[in-house]
Write a protein that binds this ligand. Structure first.
Ligand SMILES: [Ca+2]
Ligand SMILES: [Ca+2]
Length: 98
């Protein structure tokens, strides 16, 4: 299926913004975070990516900082509360709300 909506992203958006916002979400961002390509994002995967994004920008934070962001991300995105964000929950494949 190649009928994903074309999404315009600003260059190098902080990844957590893509999770936070209920705006357009990008397949590329999802794939980038989903390191084992099993189509779900675990807390570990999201955390690793968060860390990388921040450290790339020259900012290092302690674990607690990332955990708080993760809590927020999962609170907003993990609708069935199984501790993982599926592609559907990430809203790539369908937009069933807003
Ligand atoms: Ca995964
Ligand atoms: Ca879930």
């Amino acid at each position: 299926p190649q009928n994903f909506p074309l999404i315009q992203c600003p260059p190098n958006p902080p990844i957590y913004l893509l999770f936070f916002t209920l705006g357009p979400r990008s397949v590329d961002a999802f794939k980038e975070v989903d390191q084992d390509a099993d189509k779900v994002l675990t807390r570990t995967e999201v955390k690793e990516h968060l860390k990388l994004s921040y450290e790339k920008g020259g900012k290092v934070h302690d674990d607690l900082y990332y955990e708080k962001i993760l809590d927020d991300i999962f609170y907003k995105s993990d609708r069935d509360k199984d501790g993982m964000i599926s592609a559907k929950e990430y809203n790539i494949y369908e937009h069933d709300e807003l």
